[in-house]
Design a protein around this ligand. Structure first.
Ligand SMILES: Nc1ncnc2c1ncn2[C@@H]1O[C@H](COP(=O)(O)OP(=O)(O)O)[C@@H](O)[C@H]1O
Ligand SMILES: [Mg+2]
Length: 350
């Protein structure tokens, strides 16, 4: 989706892509290769004037060494490698918030969790977690012991459990000269996977921006937040890239997170952020055969102004993000869910 925005601005794109038939490779040139292959990363640095990321899985050390190997300096990369390094290790990320006085759960190495935090607490993989893979809540010592093999076999952290009322997210755009935030959205996760995103009715951008500043971040960031029953805003984590909670902006009538991402990467002025109320419902794979064409037809029959995005992933594993539906305007939350239900009914029939 970032590539599509870049292409609309007349740019040519090249991606590093583990699979030859991935969504990115379908629409632009790609270097096939593993995300941890330093030579392949260096190839991107050699061929491209500006470089950015759409996930946080290339270790920052590999990025730094590849950049050097290609004879490039930091100025071509957004966000910068030091910021990526601070975000990629969830324990270091927490330490950055603590140092900067940004509200966030207390975190320690996993083996200290029971003693220092008590129960319940949350165990997390320090590196590479996403969509809840690498997040476990433990309520008792027995629960912690049952997971011992997991948290001893790799670097894990333990952090305080936050009894949140709801989860929020803010997309922050920060360049050296200007900062803008998209509206604060409420996000609903099902089985740790983002399911529904809609306007929260509050503005949590101040805390979100402080989190980005705590990791010296410049670029586009998705800041995930908890709101407690007393209205306190606590930082969960930062994604240094476009984020699921910003997908609504493709169809809200204003600038999208992807266009802002491209602008930040190229050092172009940002667009002002204004648009309509909009709700996004994720399409999570159902692990059954079906027809996305029939799904799209059924969704549009049900809610004529819905916008269906189907990513063209080669596999639609259960629970995997395979597309999303946006509905802007009045009653968007109910209508987006109605369109999604219609989509899956049509998909199955097809
Ligand atoms: N400290 C916490 N307290 C309560 N729930 C949490 C905590 N940390 C994470 N969660 C829940 O687990 C989900 C996934 O955790 P997160 O740290 O965001 O990992 P991921 O990288 O998989 O998104 C969160 O969206 C939230 O629902
Ligand atoms: Mg998360």
């Amino acid at each position: 989706m970032s590539i599509m925005s870049a292409q609309r601005m007349g740019l040519r794109c090249l991606s590093l892509d583990p699979a030859a038939d991935s969504p990115a490779s379908q629409i632009a040139n790609s270097v096939p290769g593993d995300l941890t292959d330093s030579d392949k990363v260096a190839e991107i640095f050699r061929q491209c004037e500006f470089i950015t990321l759409e996930n946080e899985f290339i270790p920052s050390e590999i990025i730094t060494s590849a950049m050097k190997e290609a004879g490039r300096d930091e100025s071509c990369l957004t966000p910068g490698a030091p910021t990526l390094g601070m975000i990629q290790d969830k324990l270091v990320q927490r330490e950055c918030y603590e140092r900067a006085g940004v509200p966030s759960p207390r975190a320690v190495e996993a083996h200290l969790g029971s003693e220092m935090l008590g129960f319940p607490h949350v165990l997390k993989a320090r590196f590479g977690g996403y969509d809840g893979k690498g997040t476990r809540t433990v309520k008792t010592q027995a629960g912690s012991d049952a997971l011992r093999e997991t948290w001893e076999s790799a670097p894990w952290l333990a952090e305080g459990f936050v009894p949140f009322q709801r989860e929020l997210a803010v997309m922050v755009c920060r360049s050296r000269t200007e900062t803008w935030c998209f509206p604060t959205m409420e996000t609903v996760q099902t089985n740790h996977v983002c399911d529904l995103v809609f306007p929260s009715g509050i503005d949590a951008s101040e805390v979100a921006l402080r989190a980005v500043e705590a990791v010296q971040g410049f670029g586009l960031f998705g800041v995930e937040l908890f709101e407690t029953a007393t209205g306190e805003i606590i930082v969960n984590e930062i994604a240094p890239r476009p984020h699921n909670s910003g997908h609504f902006s493709l169809d809200w009538g204003g600038v999208s997170q992807f266009e802002q991402h491209v602008r930040l990467t190229l050092g172009l002025p940002l667009s002002r952020i204004v648009g309509q109320e909009c709700c996004m419902a994720n399409l999570l794979g159902i692990g059954e055969p079906g027809s996305f064409e029939q799904g799209i037809r059924a969704a549009v029959d049900s809610v004529p102004h819905c916008q269906v995005h189907w990513y063209g992933k080669s596999e639609a594993k259960v629970g995997r993000k395979v597309g999303h539906i946006n509905v802007a305007g009045r009653d968007c939350v109910a209508l987006a869910q109605r369109a999604r239900n219609a989509f899956w009914e049509g998909f199955r029939l097809g």
